[in-house]
Every structure is written in structure tokens, then in C-alpha cells.
Design a protein around this ligand. Sequence first.
Ligand SMILES: Cc1ncc(COP(=O)(O)O)c(C=O)c1O
Length: 375
Amino acid sequence: MYQIGDPKEEIMTPALILDLDKYRWNIEKMFKFSERSGVNVRPHAKTFKAAAICNHLIEAGAIGIMTQKLGEAEVLLNSGIIYGDKNILISQEIADDYKLERLVGMNVAMGEGKVLTSIENIEEARKISKIAGKWGVKQHIIIEMTHGRCGIAPGEPTVKLAKKVVSMPDLEFRGIYGYEGPVERMLALERNKQTVETANMIRKEGIPVEIVSAGSTGTYEVTGTYPGITEIEPGSFVFGTSAYGTGYGWRTHNEVFFEPSLTVLTQVIGANFKDRVVTDAGLKVMSGGHRTADPPVLVKIEDEIIDVEGVSLSEEHGTIRFKNSEDRAHLKWGDKLEFVPSHCCTTINQHDEIKVVKDGRLAAVWPITARGKYY
Ligand SMILES: Cc1ncc(COP(=O)(O)O)c(C=O)c1O
């Protein structure tokens, strides 16, 4: 079906494609920023899910990775990406006893402190402590301080929970995270202030707070330079896709830009019409995109993004309507083009592998290691 070295146009469609140069440019940009600003980067692997990408990021200087789910942490930990002092931080709370056993078991098998988890309440802390005590290991804990999703309220409630965690002998309190969301600069600053102030309140109680994490791709500069934030947790920068972007790069209201490196290669299978073509990539290979994204995907022909009237995605078809007949006339039945998805995280999760292209040729095929690990 494919051979390494094949020209991109010969890859069977639909196929998920990574432009290696753009992807590397994005990684370099993020880690140059990290060096300049002194903030640690813990990329959020829920975005890219591939062990090969985790490896690149660790080599580039990441202090570890974040995952949203236990299942992602399990497969990525077992893929050998976490060596030396690197670790994984699970950002979503876990309420299920069976899953908590699996969480602690990872630390029993791979070493204490290899997989940290976030909590938002005392019940969760007690459950984890009981399991850890049974094994004779300490489970390392981070508290999620809420800015509107899960987590516990900033200030006193977070301090109280931190004190409780510290009082439990089978838990090790490591810090807090206050993911502020992909919000505009002023709101990010406001939220970072609450996060850092809360960390300082905990310190005033004589409790060390090593990790103070926040930040996303859209806020990496604002949050990464905010005094007191020790690490940032961006994910989508690797692929440079965003609902707010121009060219679906991250050119947001915060003026962030990364190169769109992720595309779906697709083939024209319906060309009997003056105003549109139909291709073989629909919702089953690409997420419908962010709610705010219009069109849901961009259209790229011969490496140029073209201005179209609209794109509609149904299950197996992608229909492109053109603004002018010249653009339409460019394409004939059997031609290949690319879609740039607006939501990379949900697109990646629909594929077993990603085809890595360098200078127009297939250089490698990477498995999406944590694909489907939604638990
Ligand atoms: C907890 C947490 N941290 C960081 C991120 C990173 O987001 P982005 O992919 O926008 O960089 C997310 C995204 O949803 C998140 O949920």
C-alpha cells in the first residue's frame, strides 16, 4: 500500500499526513521560547498521542508529558518514552476504583513518582492513599485548581485540600495546576494570578509547591512568562491547528503562530459539476472541527491553501464548493489534495498511524500509540 520513499501523491487516500519540516519548526519554536523564558514545557500528549512525537519532545527538552487519561498514560509509559527523571502527569481526575488501582500499579511497576495524578477532592485523595498504602508506595499528587471545568476553587479551598493531602502518609503532594484555557491575554493573566497566589498561600502554610502548571498553545507566551508558573502544558502547537487561526495556524488574538503541519490527503472521486468536487475524506477520517471553525477544514492544493466558498463533511465524503470556476477547473477526477483539519486532537484519534512526509516523499509511518485510549 505504501513504500518509504514514495511521493506523497502516491499514498493511498484518505491518509493522515505530517509535514516533518513544519512540525520540527513548531517544536523548535516552543523549546527556544522555553530556553529564553526559563519555563519548563510538559507537552499535553492528548493532542498527538504518538510515542514517536513524545520522544522528539523529550529530546527537545520536555520535562515529561501530560496526558488527559489513564489509558494514554499506560500505553505511553510502556512505550519507553519516560526515561531518567522524566514523568507523566495525568490531568483528568479519576473517580473509578478499578482505574485508581491501575494508576498506583504503574508506579509500583515503573517506580514511585513516574505517573502523577491530579485530584479535586478529599474522597479521591483517601481512595488513592488507601491503595498506595497497600503497596507501600507513595502516589504523587497534583491538585487541579479550577478555572471553570473540573478542579477545586482557587484560594482557601485549594489550600485546605493541599493540607489534607500532606497529612496522608501514602501521598506525596507535588503542586497545583490551573489550566486557564485557550483564552485571550487579559483573562489568562487574571487566571494565572489566581493560580500563583494560591500556590503562594500553600507555601505560607509551610508546604513546598514544586509544580505550578498552566498554559496552552494559545497562551504559551502569556502564561510561560508569568512569574511563579513553573511549567506550561501546550499540546496543539506540534500541529499548529486552531479554530481561531488564519491558515489554521495558531494566529489568535494573542498573536500566536505555529505552522499547520497536519493534513488529511484525499482524492477527488466526484467531478461532474461546475461548482464543486467531492473527495473521499469525510467525518470518519477527520473531526468536524471546532464549533467556531468555518469552514471546518481548509483546502490545500499543491501546498497552497485556496480560498473556497465552503466545505461540507458528511460521513465518507468531503464536498468542496468553489468561489470561481477557474479554481474548480484546476481539479479533475482522481486528483489528490489536502484538508487542513481545524481540530487536531480529535482528528488524530481517528487514525492508527500518521504518514510522515519530508520534501514531498514518505519518510516514516508512526503509530498513534494512544489512539482510542479515552478511559
Ligand atoms: C488540562 C489541559 N492542559 C493543556 C491543554 C493544551 O491545550 P492546547 O492543545 O490548546 O495546547 C489542554 C487542552 O484541552 C488541557 O485540557
